[in-house]
Design a protein around this ligand. Structure first.
Ligand SMILES: Cc1cc2nc3c(=O)[nH]c(=O)nc-3n(C[C@H](O)[C@H](O)[C@H](O)COP(=O)(O)OP(=O)(O)OC[C@H]3O[C@@H](n4cnc5c(N)ncnc54)[C@H](O)[C@@H]3O)c2cc1C
Length: 396
């Protein structure tokens, strides 16, 4: 019997497995997909995320595939006017101890899965869709769609936004559509004009939407994320393809640089953004949840994946300390993580209002709007609580 079973081999599941193995706790991961891969999209890891991954020994492997961006910039949706928003690179590495990274999700996933397999070569089983979980006398047992099952002392549902484990433990989550659709795409950097091929993250601010683009994979690709207010699309999925003309239509009237980026996206994907009510509990008996399975968040803070990373490290520390006492182990985990993740969910929702600033449509008012809400001092006030958090030294 494995010590711990993790359902889901995403960012959260793999980080948790690595954190447990590093503490000498045996673990098996079961992933429903037939291949271990992440969608073609980018992900930003703030210093609070890289702090955890560096502590797990991944500094070199991440540096080999990531971009350490110089800074973030703000640009006006139609005029293209540019503001320096905040410094990253050496400045943020010095301020917070570890850098802010921009990565292709597939690269991050490979770094994590290689590290897990290095510690336990057979830790990850593919083609294993979990359809059931129940408590037993001495632990818990999972059931898979292929008719097999497996027992463990603990089961962790790291199975993402549509979590089956959450549904079994606590019922359906009843998502509500936000009225915002997110577009994603990856652009070969060579296809962009020289002035767009920079190692900076750029937020384009507009009245009914925004665009964020940033370099990934050593600067070989540009990641594009566009969020627009729309009411006609309700599918929450990483793999639903859209049409480039439709994406271009959503950004009609925007600056030429935005339209150039859109024109260079080979396949755009679209995702309807949903919100869910916060959960009062994440655990029952010896079964618990982490990451998007228990606190999915809107992408307006770029922290959903990082929260799953922090969760995994803290959960492993709690299990290590209180393994024989599940009630204490999982209560400590929830106590430590609930407030922080709730704050991230809340702030991401607040940022939504700021990201869709109606006054940006008014050419006389936009500069004031940007000065008030976005510029550096405000940013530091808003972000220090986020990036300075150290999941590796939390007292469990
Ligand atoms: C447009 C957009 C941009 C984002 N940008 C950022 C960003 O810059 N930075 C950031 O930190 N976060 C970002 N996020 C959020 C981030 O992607 C998620 O929070 C993160 O992927 C959650 O990780 P997870 O491991 O909890 O779940 P997932 O990554 O969803 O992994 C869940 C895994 O479980 C598997 N699974 C599901 N059900 C089963 C089952 N029944 N049996 C077995 N396996 C199962 C799935 O196949 C999957 O591999 C963004 C999100 C969006 C939508």
């Amino acid at each position: 019997m494995a010590n711990v079973i993790i359902i889901g081999g995403g960012i959260g599941g793999l980080t948790t497995a690595l954190s447990l193995l590093a503490r000498g706790i045996d673990v098996d991961i079961y992933e429903q997909s037939d291949q271990l891969r992440e969608v073609g999209a980018g992900i930003q890891l703030g210093s609070n995320g890289t702090r955890v991954l560096y502590a797990l020994g991944l500094e070199q492997a991440l540096t080999d595939v990531a971009v350490i961006p110089d800074r973030r910039e703000l640009r006006h949706w139609s005029s293209g006017e540019t503001w320096n928003w905040f410094e990253l690179g050496a400045v943020s590495a010095l301020r917070y101890g570890t850098p802010h990274l921009m990565l292709h999700r597939g690269d991050l996933h490979r770094v994590l899965s290689d590290a897990v397999r290095k510690r336990k070569s057979v830790a990850i089983s593919l083609n294993k869709r979990c359809i059931g979980v129940e408590q037993t006398k001495s632990g818990a047992e999972v059931r898979f769609a292929d008719g097999t099952g497996a027992p463990a002392s603990y089961v962790i549902g790291a199975d993402g936004i549509h979590s089956e484990i959450r549904k079994i433990l606590f019922g359906p989550s009843n998502p509500e559509f936000t009225g915002v659709v997110a577009w994603r795409g990856l652009i070969p950097m060579q296809q962009l004009p020289e002035h767009l091929r920079r190692m900076v993250g750029t937020n384009w601010l507009g009245p009914r939407g925004f665009v964020l683009h940033y370099p990934v994979r050593r600067g070989e690709l540009m990641n594009f994320v566009g969020c627009v207010e729309r009411d006609d699309w309700r599918v929450e999925s990483w793999v639903t393809e859209g049409v480039r003309e439709e994406l271009a239509q959503d950004y009609r009237g925007w600056h030429d640089d935005v339209r150039r980026l859109i024109g260079a996206i080979p396949i755009p994907y679209k995702w309807a953004l949903m919100v869910r009510a916060p959960m009062e509990r994440w655990s029952k008996g010896r079964i618990t949840l982490l990451g998007d399975a228990c606190h999915p968040t809107l992408p307006f803070l770029g922290q959903g994946g990082v929260m799953a990373i922090e969760d995994g490290y803290v959960l492993a520390a709690c299990l290590h300390k209180y393994f024989e006492n599940p009630a204490i182990a999982l209560a400590r985990y929830e106590d430590i993580r609930k407030e922080r993740t709730a704050m991230v969910v809340r702030k991401a929702q607040e940022n939504r209002a700021m990201a869709f600033e109606p006054r940006l449509a008014d050419s006389n008012a936009y500069a004031e709007a940007i000065a008030r809400d976005w510029l550096e001092l405000r940013h530091k006030e808003r972000m220090d609580w986020l990036y300075a958090y150290d999941a590796t030294s939390v007292d469990v």
